[in-house]
Design a protein around this ligand. Structure first.
Ligand code: AMP
Ligand code: GLY
Length: 428
């Protein structure tokens, strides 16, 4: 293929997910130049990065135009909910991700729950509220343990699992009357607590056409044994044996297909990733939430498992064209361990120099999340989640040994990691 017929790709975002997307796109024989905005220290060492915020929609559109971009891959939810895909479509540039209407599935938990109800998709029983009195009345009828959620985007922090009535009342008041969650909390969802094991299914969607990636599990709590506050995710692995082929078929029949049919019925031409956060309960599978983009850090294990060229699949989705009926995956398992700055998800230090190993063992990789790169090449910490170390092997146990051996060779002040990523699967 001639250089000029190749596809220039812009990846939007600055986390580990976007670094993994940059790496996957660069492997494609179809890819021309790959660039990122704003990128991070790891991406800057590999591709040209442009210092444009993911919220600056006009500047991102202008960048895509001036750089002759043929495919924009949008990493995070915020630009999707601000209408980046719509703005790019208006100038004829295909973008991977849903339009603003589709992005409501994640941007508004109230919208999402009403969508589930309208289309009979299994989920926790719930109510949505903007006023205190009816919220408290609902709580009287449905006492704790109960879950209180800020409806808007809250970077994974807007979910309170209230064990007691007092905690539930405090969370409701905090969200509706305080400003702990800003405008995200002016509308809340109160829902039944579900019990079971969680699993995530990532689906690449083009209208009613879809192709599933292997099931994965995230580790949202900061502490070992799944303790402490929720984070964006401290590690992930794929596949999970909990999602058997029979359960996968049930998820597709009861969750994915009705969702895509429901979106179409509601006039939404959905494209991009649909990420279903599922609870595997004794009463069957229930959807906890939808995200409208790839998970972080799940992407860091899912993309390396894809054996096919992903770029034509992303492009077909972006254009609303048919998808391949299935993707080929590598056998075995993959794991990613997040190296965070101690203190995260609370306050943490930034600007610490990071010492990385000179070379890596085969089938391992370091993906950058919150890092910057100095002019002399020094990499520094710049976020709560700093790096992700991934490993792929025939078994999850081997993948974990490989990833942790690399984690131990990375040094920075206040490095914090969980040592038990994959524990559920490893202990089965
Ligand atoms: P969400 O942002 O809605 O996925 O919630 C974040 C996390 O909170 C989920 O991954 C679950 O661990 C937990 N969670 C949310 N809703 C429920 C629920 N109804 N029952 C039990 N756990 C929940
Ligand atoms: N790892 C959870 C998320 O990306 O939402």
């Amino acid at each position: 293929m001639s250089e000029s017929s190749k596809l220039n790709i812009l990846v939007v975002g600055s986390g580990g997910r976007e670094h993994a997307l940059v790496q996957k796109c660069r492997q494609s024989p179809l890819a021309g130049r790959v660039i990122a905005a704003p990128g991070n220290g790891g991406m800057a060492a590999e591709v040209e990065c442009f210092a444009i915020s993911v919220e600056d929609i006009p500047a991102l559109v202008e960048l895509a135009q001036t750089q002759a971009i043929g495919l924009v891959v949008v990493g995070p939810e915020v630009p999707l909910s601000l209408g980046l895909v719509d703005a790019l479509a208006a100038v004829g540039i295909p973008a991977y991700g849903p339009d603003q209407a589709g992005a409501q599935l994640e941007a508004s938990k109230a919208f999402c729950k009403d969508f589930f109800a309208r289309h009979q998709i299994p989920t926790a029983a719930y109510g949505t509220f903007t006023e205190l009195a009816p919220a408290l009345a609902y709580l009287e009828k449905h006492p704790a343990p109960i879950v209180i959620k800020a409806s808007g985007l809250a970077a994974g922090k807007g979910v309170i699992m209230a064990e007691t009535q007092e905690a539930a009342i405090a969370a409701i008041k905090d969200m509706l009357e305080g400003d702990a969650f800003g405008s995200s909390g002016r509308e809340i969802v109160i829902e039944e607590t579900l019990y079971g094991e969680e699993a995530s299914i990532h689906v690449i969607v083009s209208g009613e056409d879809f192709v599933c990636l292997p099931a994965s599990q995230d580790h949202k709590r900061v502490g070992e044994g799944d303790t402490g506050p929720n984070t964006g995710g401290m590690g992930a692995y794929t596949p999970t044996s909990r999602v058997t082929p029979a359960l996968q078929a049930e998820i597709e029949a009861q969750v994915i297909r009705p969702t895509l049919a429901g979106l179409k019925a509601d006039g939404i031409d959905y494209r991009g990733t649909l990420y279903a956060g599922l609870m595997l309960t004794e009463q069957g599978v229930k959807v906890l939430e939808y995200n409208v983009r790839f998970g972080d850090p799940e992407t860091q294990v899912l993309l390396p498992m894809v054996a096919d060229d992903l770029v034509p699949v992303l492009l077909a989705s972006a254009k609303g064209e048919p998808l391949p009926s299935e993707l080929k995956f590598h056998p075995g398992a993959a794991i990613v361990v997040v190296l965070a700055a101690a203190g995260y998800p609370g306050a943490y230090a930034k600007g610490e120099a990071i010492h990385l190993p000179e070379s890596l063992p085969a089938h391992s990789a370091i993906v950058h999340a919150g890092t910057t790169r100095d002019a002399d090449g020094t990499i520094r910490t710049a976020g709560g989640r700093v790096l992700g170390v991934s490993g792929q092997a025939a078994s999850l146990a081997d993948a974990a040994r490989l990833a942790y051996s690399v984690c131990d060779q990375i040094e920075f002040a206040d490095k914090y990691l969980r040592r038990d990523i994959g524990h559920r699967e490893l202990n089965r």
